[in-house]
Design a protein around this ligand. Structure first.
Ligand code: HEC
Ligand code: HEC
Ligand code: HEC
Ligand code: HEC
Ligand code: HEC
Ligand code: HEC
Length: 416
């Protein structure tokens, strides 16, 4: 009687553990990154500051902050109190010319910043310069203007990746094992009690006997069979979608380069280093020369920076370890997504600007690509060709035109 009761508890514990771990596995399943995909938030258009923000972020932010903080050049807060408009405009259009003209302020500044040359923006007219100044002023104001254009869908909740899952699974397995041992012990005691006279089986023998009783129990057998079925299903699903294969991969790099510092705190534009990202298939990893734009002057003495010099002197490229890698059979193009599709880096890569070491956040599986193509609308902004397509689409279908309506699910688009 009591034995039966304990045996069913054992069976229940098994089943409960298994299904529990599976539920968690489902919950933690990724593929939410793609869900956050939206096309870039439309530029606010309301006034100069919004335009200024865009100009500033794309051209100035890698060297200047809008506060008083020094990045590569001086912080621009309070600029208009220091300098008059005419000077600022001349400076932005051609800083070297202002310096060459003998302007004392400019020369002092130039020397103070170790003769770092600021890029010239010859094409900027009054509209651009004024827009930037408006933005600098607005963002210096204590009541922060709602930063337009950055109000984008937040990245997917970080699930903590595969590591967390493994910890949970292993813990559950250990608990299961402990429960099993404990129950066997209880069974043994009960056995002895119910048999009354101690049969004096050795520990090993009684263990064996107990295992036999357990194995003979229908409930336990069912539980074991179900466990196998569930695990096998999970394994094959994981295999099919490749879930978590490389997700979370964050190899150590030869130089302790930090995106958190460069892209996050210093706000260097991604495309300043990943020059191909809006133009071509590959984003590209920056060559040491790009680092030297700044590091020929900054932190020369750091051993990490010395590695950049060594790379240049010995003419050996820095051997960065590749993080994201699709198999050759699949075709992926950055420009198509960032430029044409208007998708932001973080929808696929997570918040790189917060990472000390780059980590793969999305699964990069076929299911992941397809899932986003099903959900995401084609970005028709400023694209006459798409506007026509969308008109045609709206005549045959009510919903918005998704990537899948434009061939985004055709095998040949992604496989040669
Ligand atoms: C490659 C880095 C770099 C970029 C990009 C850059 N600057 Fe500069 N800027 C500097 C440096 C360095 C100085 C300090 C003077 C010097 O060394 O030439 C400076 C000085 C200035 C000054 C004078 C500041 C003062 O306190 O008087 C202004 C104004 C300025 N930059 C505006 C801009 C604007 C606007 C942009 C974007 C359109 C921009 N800069 C882009 C590096 C840069
Ligand atoms: C100052 C230069 C610089 C800037 C700015 C920069 N990166 Fe990088 N990025 C690198 C370097 C160098 C590597 C290779 C080393 C590494 O992985 O950390 C890299 C690697 C990466 C990788 C991984 C590449 C791989 O091997 O799969 C991604 C993704 C990436 N960057 C995205 C971004 C995004 C998004 C931004 C803007 C928010 C950005 N980067 C800004 C220099 C830069
Ligand atoms: C736009 C300017 C700029 C560019 C481009 C740039 N860096 Fe930096 N980097 C900085 C600044 C500023 C610091 C912070 C220095 C400090 O801590 O005072 C820094 C710090 C670092 C550090 C930390 C050094 C230390 O010992 O604290 C490393 C490593 C580094 N950069 C590597 C790189 C590499 C590699 C590249 C090229 C892929 C690169 N940087 C490109 C401006 C730049
Ligand atoms: C639609 C998803 C998506 C978006 C958006 C995206 N990437 Fe990627 N990125 C990928 C995939 C997929 C790979 C792997 C490509 C491969 O292995 O061929 C990758 C690879 C990279 C790499 C590794 C080197 C290379 O040239 O492929 C870098 C660097 C990178 N991305 C940077 C960026 C930056 C910066 C942005 C934003 C401006 C961005 N990515 C936007 C999906 C994306
Ligand atoms: C975050 C969403 C997102 C993810 C993830 C994504 N894509 Fe896309 N993809 C888009 C959008 C949006 C477009 C449409 C761009 C345009 O307007 O042409 C697109 C277009 C494409 C196209 C061109 C299709 C056509 O219309 O001809 C190819 C090829 C493609 N993606 C391949 C991939 C591959 C391969 C992956 C996975 C490694 C992937 N994409 C992941 C959003 C995504
Ligand atoms: C949006 C892009 C995209 C489309 C559309 C697409 N695939 Fe894929 N496919 C991928 C990517 C990326 C991979 C590699 C990642 C992986 O193994 O999951 C892949 C992998 C595969 C693989 C190899 C799986 C493996 O485990 O190695 C096969 C087979 C395949 N695709 C067949 C197809 C067929 C058939 C179609 C049309 C019904 C199709 N694909 C449509 C992106 C796509």
């Amino acid at each position: 009687m009591i034995r039966k009761f304990y045996k069913s508890i054992l069976a229940f514990a098994l089943v409960a553990n298994i299904s529990f771990s599976n539920v968690i596995a489902q919950d933690a399943a990724p593929a939410t990154d793609a869900a956050a995909a939206t096309s870039a938030a439309p530029a606010d258009g309301g006034g100069d500051a919004a335009k200024g923000e865009e100009l500033f972020k794309n051209n100035c932010a890698q060297c200047h902050a809008t506060t008083a903080e020094v990045v590569v050049g001086p912080g621009l807060a309070g600029l208009e109190e220091r300098r008059d408009y005419a000077w600022i405009k001349k400076w932005i259009n051609n800083p070297m010319a202002v310096i060459a003209s003998g302007d004392k302020y400019a020369n002092d500044l130039y020397n103070k910043y170790n003769k770092t040359q600021m890029t010239a923006f010859g094409a900027f007219g009054d509209a651009e310069v004024k827009a930037i100044l408006a933005y600098v002023k607005a963002s210096a104001a204590p009541v922060a203007t709602p930063t337009t254009g950055t109000a984008v869908a937040t990245a997917a909740p970080e699930t903590g990746g595969g590591k967390f899952m493994n910890v949970i699974l292993i813990t559950l397995l250990i608990i299961m094992a402990l429960v099993l041992v404990a129950l066997i012990g209880v069974l043994q005691v009960l056995n002895r009690l119910s048999n009354g006279e101690g049969e004096h089986l050795s520990f090993g023998e009684s263990l064996k006997a107990n295992f036999k009783t357990i194995a003979a129990n229908k409930t336990v057998r069912t539980a074991v069979i179900w466990t196998f079925v569930l695990l096998a299903t999970k394994a094959s699903f994981d295999g099919m979608y490749g879930v978590g294969v490389h997700q979370g991969y964050a190899p150590k790099q030869p130089i302790a380069f930090s995106h958190k510092l460069h892209a996050g705190e210093m706000k260097i534009n991604c495309a300043y280093c990943h020059t191909g990202v809006y133009k071509g298939k590959q984003s590209g990893i920056p060559s040491a020369n790009i680092c030297m734009n700044c590091h020929n002057a900054i932190k020369r003495e750091s051993p990490e920076i010395q590695k950049i010099y060594t790379a240049i002197e010995t003419n050996k490229p820095i051997e960065w370890v590749r993080v994201h890698n699709l198999p050759d059979l699949a075709y992926f193009n950055h420009a198509q997504h960032t430029n044409v599709g208007g998708i932001e880096c973080k929808n696929c890569h997570g918040e790189i600007e917060k990472m000390e070491v780059v980590q793969q956040r999305s699964t990069l599986t076929m299911g992941w690509c397809i899932d986003c193509h099903r959900k995401t609308e084609v970005n028709g902004k400023d694209n006459a060709y798409y506007t026509k397509l969308m008109e045609a689409h709206s005549q045959v279908s009510k919903g918005a035109m998704k990537v899948q309506d434009n061939g985004g699910l055709e095998c040949a688009r992604c496989h040669y």
